[in-house]
Design a protein around this ligand. Structure first.
Ligand SMILES: Nc1nc2c(ncn2[C@@H]2O[C@H](COP(=O)(O)OP(=O)(O)OP(=O)(O)O)[C@@H](O)[C@H]2O)c(=O)[nH]1
Ligand SMILES: [Mg+2]
Length: 312
């Protein structure tokens, strides 16, 4: 399956909300009126894009079409254009869907370190496995560091993936300092001549000061071993939570110096519009989306494909 088809499949639930409604609400040949616009605004809000973004889309429709006879193509075109505007903003999340590594700031002159963090259970470890597969399929050698030493099961989970993918893994004793695992991971990266180190971390909340300090220590240790590390600090967000807690996510991201977002579990929700809310509220781009539990259910986030997959 190509990236677009994966994306399309992942957005199935969101598409069902939007795509059918455009056709039900705005009937070709009828006059477009305020009741229809309000109903459509409600549907947009249901995708969790945020009230402001939904309002902007509807305002554009009102401006262009209110009181006029509906031509479905033109209505769709306006919605799609506005969605693209809302998503692109400064243009920083326009990744090349054909080049799956394009969202990553991979170093040209040495190994790259990627740190992955986020709240409990959002999909960090699974996303690391998926990203490793992508890197490996594109000729990169990957070392994994099982920095979630909190739970033995977490180390086992990553070890299992590493075995399946044929990646080297560095692990610590249960309860060991994650910074020491990160340190050994960085050493292994350098000694083995691999291209990328990905460091897994235990789930945490921004309010858990000791755990946030621990994450900071991991960063410092990595920076000491590899120049400029971590080169990417990916924050994993669970799409099924929608806009809920996006403000906490924002402060987490700032505290942890995140550089990009992996939006996991997009397949499990009709709240796909949350990508727009993220774009508007957070300073960092969505780089990848998780669209299923399988190792290949992972796609580059691309604005055009996102809009095209909604089939409005
Ligand atoms: N449907 C779906 N499920 C996913 C996706 N990504 C992860 N999951 C599932 O979400 C659950 C949690 O995933 P993990 O990768 O263990 O999450 P985590 O953030 O590492 O969890 P902790 O280490 O406990 O904080 C697992 O059952 C995964 O299979 C996705 O894109 N889609
Ligand atoms: Mg985990």
């Amino acid at each position: 399956m190509g990236f677009f088809d994966q994306f399309r499949q992942g957005l199935e639930k969101t598409r069902k909300v939007l795509n059918t409604d455009v056709r039900d609400l705005f009937k070709a040949g009828e006059i477009l009126d305020e009741t229809q616009l309000e109903a459509f605004e409600g549907r947009l809000v249901r995708t969790d894009m945020g009230v402001a973004a939904a309002g902007e889309i509807v305002a554009e429709l009102r401006k262009n079409f209110e009181g006029r006879t509906v031509k479905l193509d033109e209505v769709s075109e306006t919605i799609n254009r506005k969605l693209r505007d809302l998503l692109e903003g400064d243009g920083s999340s326009r990744y090349d869907a054909e080049d799956p590594l394009s969202p990553l700031r991979l170093r040209a002159d040495g190994p790259t370190v990627i740190l992955v963090s986020g709240v409990n259970g959002v999909g960090k470890t699974t996303s690391i496995a998926k990203l490793s597969k992508l890197l490996k399929d594109n000729g990169k050698r990957v070392v994994l560091a099982a920095g979630d030493t909190f739970r033995a099961a977490a180390v086992e989970q990553l070890t299992l993936w590493a075995g399946r993918l044929g990646c080297e893994i560095v692990r610590g004793e249960p309860g060991a300092d994650p910074a020491s695992v990160a340190h050994r991971g960085a050493e292994r990266l350098i000694d083995s001549g691999a291209d990328v180190l990905i460091v897994d971390t235990a789930g945490r909340l921004q309010t858990q000061k000791n755990l946030m300090d621990q994450l900071d220590k991991v960063r410092r240790v990595l920076a000491k071993k590899v120049e400029g590390a971590p080169h990417e600090s990916l924050l994993v967000i669970d799409a099924t939570t929608g806009q809920n807690g996006l403000s906490q996510t924002k402060s987490f991201s700032e505290a942890a110096g995140c550089t990009g977002i992996v939006l996991a579990k997009l397949d499990g929700t009709a709240k796909g519009g949350v990508v727009i809310a993220i774009r508007r509220q957070m300073a960092i781009p969505v780089k990848y989306v998780g669209v299923g539990e399988g190792i290949d259910d992972f796609a580059v986030f691309n604005t055009n494909e996102f809009v095209r997959a909604l089939e409005i």
